[in-house]
Design a binder for this molecule. Sequence first.
Ligand code: FE2
Length: 407
Amino acid sequence: MCEDELIPPQADMTEQEWLHTGSATTAGEPSMPTTGRTVPFVNRRTLLGGAMAGAALAVLPSPGQSPASAAARRGAPGAFPFPEHPNGKGEFAILVTGDAGTGDEAQYAVAAAARDVCQAERVGLAVGLGDNIYENGPESDDDSEFQDKFEKPNSGIDVPWLMVLGNHDCSGLIPGSGGDPSRGDREVAYAATSRRWYMPSRYYSVPLPAADPLVEFFAIDTIPWSSYVAQIDPRYRWDGPYMREQRNWLDGALRASRARWKVVFGHHPYLNNGKHGSAGSYDGFEIGNYTSGVHLKDMYDSVVAGRADLILSGHDHTLQILEPTARTGGTRQVVCGASAKTEDGKAHFAHPAAWQNFSDHGFMVLKVSGARLTIEAYTVDVATRKATLAHRTRQTRPVSAPAPAHA
Ligand SMILES: [Fe+2]
């Protein structure tokens, strides 16, 4: 059973409530919070979560395990190169997919449709937004699932794929729990042997082009802050060294970036009109400092909002291009998690949206030039393996232009 089906949707927070809810710590406090919210109620789902946490004890990783190997950071021999110049249309075009790793016909159909669009749009880079290997992530660094659920369906989309970890990639006994983050190291290790799969470490950045970046991508690991169970390994606790290091890294990397456009991408969304809801209120329940994503919301509030142009996320198997708001500091949330699965066909929340779709499979293409950032959403008919351009959104002003080099 997939975790996504295990937890029923519940709209436990209206948009207004979410907008007026501060971070888990003192407003404006940039440091890692030291206390979490208490469990407000105990119901069937909380009890279920507690049972899951207990079961997770049986699949704990070894403490102190390194999140990435030095070999993986060097990349694979013969890896597809990053684009150094805009395509013939004067843009960098990037394919965006999410929650794709089922190995089912729908994944292959969406990938086939995307392959055609990538050729027409001269796509030079791709993004995979997590849940890359359902249901429990790979069993080893060279698990055959990497072939069946990534390489084979994406054959012909011969570009670097910027990959981030999803909750299913970091699960052990309980599919989708996110309770075993160390399993994500296998996906980092796999990058050392794949021409497509790019994951030099569990979080990283990619400037494009490298020499004088127009856009910079910041890949983050949202799992330990959003797991359905409590993290038992001290390294991956919500206030443990791993999450402190990642938060400090992202803060510094965004500050140091000279790119005109900045794109943060991780599996769990900041804002979300799908059934899982937004960070801080995921799925309507929480276990201590986990599950609801309260500390992820705090990180998005404090580190990302108003500093990145886009947050790209999956987790919900939907297509959403939400509107930037004053609450987000002008940062736009995009959810693109319908590359193998779909949802229940309806919005569960009402954050302002430029366009959203809760029924169809699909993917998106992000186009970046000095003048504009364009997001194109495609729906896919699985039976015919054909894509239809459903919506296009453009923005022309970066939320945070870099300071002049001489300042
Ligand atoms: Fe997910």
